[in-house]
Design a protein around this ligand. Structure first.
Ligand SMILES: C/C(=C\COP(=O)(O)OP(=O)(O)O)CCC[C@H](C)CCC[C@H](C)CCCC(C)C
Ligand SMILES: O=C(O)C1=CC(=O)c2ccccc2C1=O
Length: 300
């Protein structure tokens, strides 16, 4: 009996915490560090692990505060796996979120202290500002359909560059090019997260890209953007900017096909399309992991 009662609860909590989503915090640090290793043979293990822990904490803040801010607009009233709805304690979730942010920023400050250089903390503060503007008052830019652009810059150019800089204290064009790959792969996840929420989004006045485009056109746009990362990788290899090993990322193509087929077929059926966000997480995880591995192998 206990199992029967607690199982759905456990599922709800896992949906609220969404552990697989945290790979989006890990991959920009992994790729930025891998490019740094390929270009300079430098690898600072303590900086890498501190940055990873901080990135995860900062993303936890983003997600906890997302549930807090969304509880204020009413958009999450049907979202049973909102942490605010689950705990009925907004102040607790807000406090927990801010503690994660504080701890995460402390880790980044430690990196700044080791480097005697404020560049990395400056870049990460900018990421946090974009994260706040996505969902917090008075901006709520996600409600205007601008989330994917913020997401691209935060997880792409800013986070990858910060990771590269944290290892080398220098700037690099290859890392900037690599950040475009990571930024697009991350924004695909956010784009996918809107397909099943059209009704609630319209009711709350949120003009997500899928509300704006409609689900059918959204599915086509998703297919083009998902497909774009693979030829982009090839182009940079042919230009001699990326090592040939980065083509390992093409091994993730079956997940990309699965994602596009699934969304093209089910875009207007919320209960069927709702899991596409997690197929997009698999595309992101495998493509970025193998992409970064390609840089590591070329530097070894
Ligand atoms: C919280 C995010 C998406 C959830 O959006 P939504 O409200 O539609 O979801 P629910 O339906 O589940 O409520 C992600 C938003 C990402 C944002 C645009 C940028 C975040 C920047 C991070 C704070 C940067 C982290 C950098 C780190 C890797 C160093
Ligand atoms: O809960 C979500 O839908 C998302 C959470 C999250 O942290 C994230 C980060 C980067 C891209 C997309 C997303 C989500 O969609």
């Amino acid at each position: 009996m206990t199992t029967l009662i607690s199982y759905p609860n456990k599922k709800l909590w896992m949906a609220a915490i969404k552990p697989p989503m945290y790979s989006v915090a890990i991959m920009p640090i992994w790729v930025g560090t891998a490019v740094a290793f390929a270009e300079t043979r430098i690898f600072h293990g303590a900086v890498f692990s501190t940055f990873l822990a901080s990135a995860i904490l900062i993303l936890a803040w983003e997600n906890l505060s997302n549930d807090v801010f969304d509880s204020e607009t009413g958009i999450d009233k049907n979202k049973h796996h909102s942490l605010v709805n689950l705990t009925a304690n907004k102040a607790l979730i807000f406090g927990l979120g801010n503690s994660c942010l504080g701890l995460g920023l402390l880790g980044i400050l430690a990196i700044a202290w080791w480097q005697q250089d404020l560049t990395v903390i400056g870049i990460i503060l900018l990421c946090c500002a974009l994260g706040y503007m996505y969902q917090g008052p008075p901006f709520r830019l996600g409600y205007q359909g601008l989330g994917e652009i913020l997401c691209f810059f935060a997880f792409g150019p800013l986070a990858v560059t910060a990771a590269y800089y944290s290892q080398t204290q220098s700037w690099n064009m290859t890392s900037l090019a690599a950040s475009v790959f990571v930024g697009i792969a991350t924004s695909l996840i956010l784009f996918c997260s809107h397909f099943h929420q059209v009704k609630d989004d319209i009711a709350a006045g949120k003009r997500s890209p899928i509300v704006r485009l409609g689900t059918a056109r959204g599915a086509k746009v998703l297919t083009w953007f998902t497909a774009s990362i693979y030829p982009l990788n090839l182009l940079f290899v042919l230009l001699g900017i990326f090592p040939v090993w980065t083509l390992l990322s093409w091994v993730s193509l079956p997940f990309a096909f699965k994602l596009c087929n699934h969304v093209l077929q089910n875009h207007n059926q919320p209960e069927k399309v709702s899991n596409c966000k997690f197929i997009a997480v698999a595309v992101h995880f495998w493509s970025c992991l193998l992409f970064g591995l390609g840089f590591m192998l070329s530097g070894g």
